[in-house]
Design a protein around this ligand. Structure first.
Ligand code: 56B
Length: 306
C-alpha cells in the first residue's frame, strides 16, 4: 500500500482546494486518546456470514458493487449488503461464477428487491460479469481461492485483485502524477478481516498496511471535525450539491487528503495512546459517525470506485 500512502501524501503536499489542519488533527486525537472508539464490524447486522468460502464470495460480490449510492436518495449501502445477503439465503448458488456472468440490470434489481433502476446499473452489471469471468478463468470460480493464494497478506490481496479485475483499479492522474486510491480493493481485505475477526480467510499479517477507504462519507466527517478545510469554491459546490467530476483536482484532493489525514491521525494517536492503532479501525469509526449523521453534506461524483 506504499503506492497509496506515497501518492496521497504527494497530493496533500501539492493540493489547491483541500488542506489538512494539523491543529484539527491534534484536537480530535486529544479527545480520542483515552478511549479509542471501537466499532464492531457489521454493527448494523446486515451482512451474510457463515464462516466459510461462501462468505468470501459474498464479500467479493458486495465490494465489486460497493459504490455510488447517492443518486437515488433512498438507496444506501445497507440495501446492497442486506439485499445480497437475502439473495444468497434464498439461493446459495446466486453468486456462482457462471451465474454472475449472466445477470442483467433488471435481474440485479430483482435480486436486490429494488423497485427501479440502480444508479450506474449498466456498470454494476458489467462489473459482476467481470468478476464471474475472471474468477472462473483464474480462481476455479471461487473468491476464496483468490484469498488463499495471498499467503495471509492484505497487500498481496490488493495487488492480486487490482491485477486481475480492472474494475478495481481505482487510480487517477493528478497534476501529472499517478495517484492510487484503491478503495474497493482495500475494503475487501478489511471486510474479510472484520467478518472473520482476523482468523481464517480474514487473517492478514499486514492489516496495518491498509489505508482508510476513500469514499464520499469519510471526507465529509473529516471536514466536520475540522481536520479537512475546503476552499470556498469547493465548499460552495458541495453545499449546493453540484456534481464534482471524477478525476478533477477537487475530487482527487478530497479523497487523497482524507487518506493522508487519517494516516497522520493514526500516527499521532499511536504515539499519544501508546497503542498501535490501525487505519481500518479509524475508518470504520469515522464512517459509522458519518452514516449516522442526518445532515452530512458530502461531495457528489459519479464513479464506479466508491
Ligand atoms: N470509508 C468507508 N466507506 C464505506 C464503508 C462502507 C461499509 N462498510 C461496512 C463494513 C463493515 C461495517 O459494518 C460497514 O457496514 C461503505 N462505504 C462507502 O460509503 C458510501 C455509502 O454511504 P451511504 O450512501 O450512506 O450508504 C459508499 O461510498 C460506500 O462505498 C466503510 O466501512 N468505510
Amino acid at each position: 500500500m506504499e503506492e497509496v500512502r506515497g501518492s496521497s501524501a504527494w497530493v496533500a503536499h501539492n493540493s489547491s482546494h483541500v488542506t489538512i489542519d494539523s491543529s484539527g488533527i491534534e484536537k480530535v486525537v486529544e479527545k480520542m486518546k483515552e478511549s479509542i472508539p471501537k466499532v464492531e464490524w457489521d454493527y448494523e447486522g446486515i451482512h451474510y456470514f457463515d464462516n466459510g468460502p461462501l462468505t468470501v464470495q459474498y464479500l467479493f460480490v458486495l465490494d465489486a458493487l460497493n459504490f455510488c449510492f447517492w443518486p437515488d436518495k433512498d438507496l444506501n449501502y445497507d440495501h446492497l449488503a442486506k439485499g445480497l445477503k437475502d439473495a444468497l439465503l434464498n439461493d446459495n448458488s446466486a453468486f456462482d461464477a457462471d451465474r454472475l456472468q449472466k445477470y442483467t440490470g433488471p435481474q440485479l434489481r430483482e435480486l436486490l428487491k429494488w423497485p427501479r433502476p440502480l444508479p450506474l446499473e449498466e456498470e454494476r452489471v458489467r462489473l459482476l460479469h467481470e468478476v464471474g469471468f475472471e474468477l472462473e478463468r483464474s480462481f476455479e470460480g471461487k473468491a476464496s481461492k483468490l484469498v488463499e493464494s495471498c499467503g495471509k497478506s492484505a497487500v498481496k490481496l490488493v495487488a492480486l485483485v487490482t491485477r486481475h479485475f480492472p474494475g478495481f483499479r481505482d487510480h487517477s492522474v493528478y497534476k501529472g502524477h499517478q495517484v492510487f486510491l484503491y478503495k474497493r480493493a482495500q475494503i475487501f481485505a478489511a471486510d474479510l478481516w472484520g467478518a472473520f475477526k482476523g482468523q481464517g480467510y480474514g487473517e492478514f499479517n499486514d492489516i496495518g498496511s491498509i489505508t482508510m477507504f476513500a469514499d464520499y462519507i469519510v471526507p465529509a466527517v473529516l471536514q466536520q471535525l475540522g481536520v479537512l478545510k475546503y476552499s470556498s469554491t469547493l465548499a460552495n459546490a458541495i453545499q449546493a450539491s453540484s456534481e464534482i467530476g471524477a478525476g478533477t483536482e477537487e475530487e482527487v484532493e478530497l479523497r487523497a487528503c482524507s487518506i493522508y489525514a487519517v494516516e497522520k491521525m493514526r500516527e499521532l494517536l499511536s504515539i499519544k495512546s501508546g497503542k498501535q492503532v490501525l487505519s481500518v479501525e479509524l475508518d470504520l469509526w469515522l464512517w459509522s459517525v458519518g452514516v449516522q449523521c442526518q445532515s452530512l453534506q458530502h461531495h457528489r461524483t459519479l464513479s464506479i470506485y466508491y
